[in-house]
Design a protein around this ligand. Structure first.
Ligand code: SF4
Length: 270
């Protein structure tokens, strides 16, 4: 239970270190280990078709609307890539013709070498792979890009959350800058990788007309976007904040009504 400021990962992200995935042995495919928060056998919203979804532990963003704050910490069940692949493969009969494997989180790019190893195993069997990411770990230094290119080579689809365009607003909402997140979207577009873009609509916070229009312009500048979705903010994760002893920063903020969702969709999509 986190019940003071020093241990509170929302107010003090440094209280929550995120070690990189470790490598066990020399086998690049099966020996790398990752920390897994949860596994879903029948995911319907995280990529095409029915998906086996692995939620990886750890996230350095602190989105005020986060419905999975229990994934922020890097603690989780440890799997090798081969072990996780074998587990996800058990649900293959659900996938039919167009399903596959998705990694979500938390933030899966914090363990990108592990995801690369997992997806390499999947692509050997021609299984569709998707990463659901908020993009925060992306940076343009050579070491990161070298690893990221290996991941993109075995990833069919990136599902990218864009929280806000305004830099200051983004930092206030999530605790981090967005320049590198936008750079990641451009990188994926330039490398021909398919993108689905998602935007969580929070009344009074992420529904600003100018920001939505700016996001629309940015999305229009990308060449590989297949889908753009407005996700209505919800409070289903509220009990997790309470269990973690972290004050909920959006207390009293209403969920959007149908009219607000329609307006946002018109601004962002049409
Ligand atoms: S990026 Fe996702 S998991 Fe991380 S804080 Fe934001 S909503 Fe939560």
């Amino acid at each position: 239970m986190m019940n003071n400021t020093a241990k509170n990962p929302f107010t003090n992200p440094t209280a929550n270190p995120f070690p990189a995935a470790s490598a066990a042995g020399n086998c690049a495919h099966s020996g790398i280990t990752g920390k897994i928060h949860a596994i879903e056998s029948f995911g319907l919203v995280d990529g095409p078709g029915v998906r086996s979804v692995a939620f990886l532990s750890g996230c350095k963003m602190r989105c005020k609307f986060c419905h999975n704050p229990d994934t922020w910490n890097s603690a989780g069940e440890e799997y090798t890539a081969a072990e996780l692949f074998e587990k996800l493969l058990r649900y293959k009969s659900y996938w039919r013709n167009n399903g596959g494997i998705t990694v979500s989180g938390g933030e899966p790019l914090l363990q990108q070498e592990f995801v690369t190893a997992l997806f390499t195993l999947a692509k050997e069997q021609h299984i569709h792979t998707a990463v659901d990411t908020a993009g925060q770990p992306f940076c343009e230094d050579d070491v990161f890009i070298e690893h990221f290119e290996k991941l993109t080579a075995v990833t069919d689809l990136f599902i990218l959350d864009l929280k806000m365009m305004d830099a200051q607003g983004h930092k206030h909402l999530t605790g981090v800058d967005n320049a590198n997140i936008l750079a990641m979207a451009r990188f994926l577009s330039e490398h021909g990788k398919k993108l689905w873009i998602r935007h969580v609509l929070v009344p009074g916070i992420t529904d600003n007309e100018q920001d939505l229009l700016e996001m629309r312009r940015f999305i229009s500048s990308l060449h590989t976007v297949e889908r753009v979705e407005v996700l209505p903010y919800h409070t289903l994760g509220l009990s997790k904040w309470k269990e973690l002893g972290i004050p909920y920063p959006l207390e009293g903020v209403p969920v959007p009504d149908a009219e607000q969702i329609k307006r946002a969709e018109q601004l962002l999509l049409t």
